[in-house]
Design a protein around this ligand. Sequence first.
Ligand code: QVN
Ligand code: ZN
Length: 332
Amino acid sequence: MTSDKKQWDYSQLRKYDLNFEQIPRVYYKDSKIDELLALNRPVVITGSNIVKPACERWNLEFLEDHLGNSDHTVYVSRNHVFKYYDEKKILSKSNPKGVKFKPPTRIVEMKVYEFMQKIRDWRHGDDRIYLQQSLNASVGQAIAEDFVRFDWQYVNGKQDKHNWGPLTSNLLFVAMEGNVTPCHYDEQQNFFAQVYGYKRCILFPPNQFECLYPHPIFHPHDRQSMVDFEKPDYNKFPKFKQAKGFETVLGPGDVLYIPIYWWHHVESLLSGGPTITINFWFKGGPTNIEYPLNDHQKVSIMRNIEKMLVEVLQDPKEVGPLLRTMVLGRFT
Ligand SMILES: O=C(O)C(=O)C[C@H](CCCc1ccccc1)C(=O)O
Ligand SMILES: [Zn+2]
């Protein structure tokens, strides 16, 4: 039994003007896990062997020796925030002139030893880096062996029991201490497995869509919140005040279930050293339409309406005015 003494303290968490409920931590054999998965509610699965082989020996040195010699996708940021953007949407037809979007991070392909060297040499003021790469056949033998020894029986069991779609990818995340992935949602079910170091995750249910103000879907930051959690603009985003989040701090071996369409903000603890995480992304699976519709189905409907309007209006600047004309003063 690992000592349940906390390995971190609150000074390592960034401060936000929000209050949070704790995400429940449940032992992996407990049937409560399935109750929460069935309700698309977040839960931290503890004591499992899902990524145990990795927890036993992965650290930055091990990854340097065994990740293989191919290039790896590394995001570079001038600050600690790594706000994801979809490159395909920068010059898409929905943004004809491709003007004014300035990517907040850039992507550099580098060898794993370059990445590790930059982490070792890092000084305050230097660019920060974040390796985000799908685990694929290019990894070394040792990593491949550990990967096949993950507890796939447990993972596949949950995938089947809860009618998730196929596993689409396992992404490997290697972050510097203090790195932040700002609040966004994904359209996949996610087992977020912490392997090394400590990560704080803040989650919001899909029904808080109006408090988190996502960028328009044709924007490169589609699915990301427009609100800067560190300096919220309450004039532009007044409902952010009412956002009610759930949070947890994950340590090695903890696996957080991030339900499809749930908003999540992820940060590697301040002065907690580098972190290693593996996620398991699954397609959502068949949605049998039942009424009343659930919250993530409404998000999906809103996305489809926005897509259709961009298509039919061609000019994204006309989408807002048309929706305001249609709604304001009429659906009170
Ligand atoms: O596993 C997840 O869903 C996370 O958000 C993990 C997160 C990095 C995600 C980067 C990213 C964001 C949007 C699209 C594709 C990739 C972290 O751990 O920092
Ligand atoms: Zn995500």
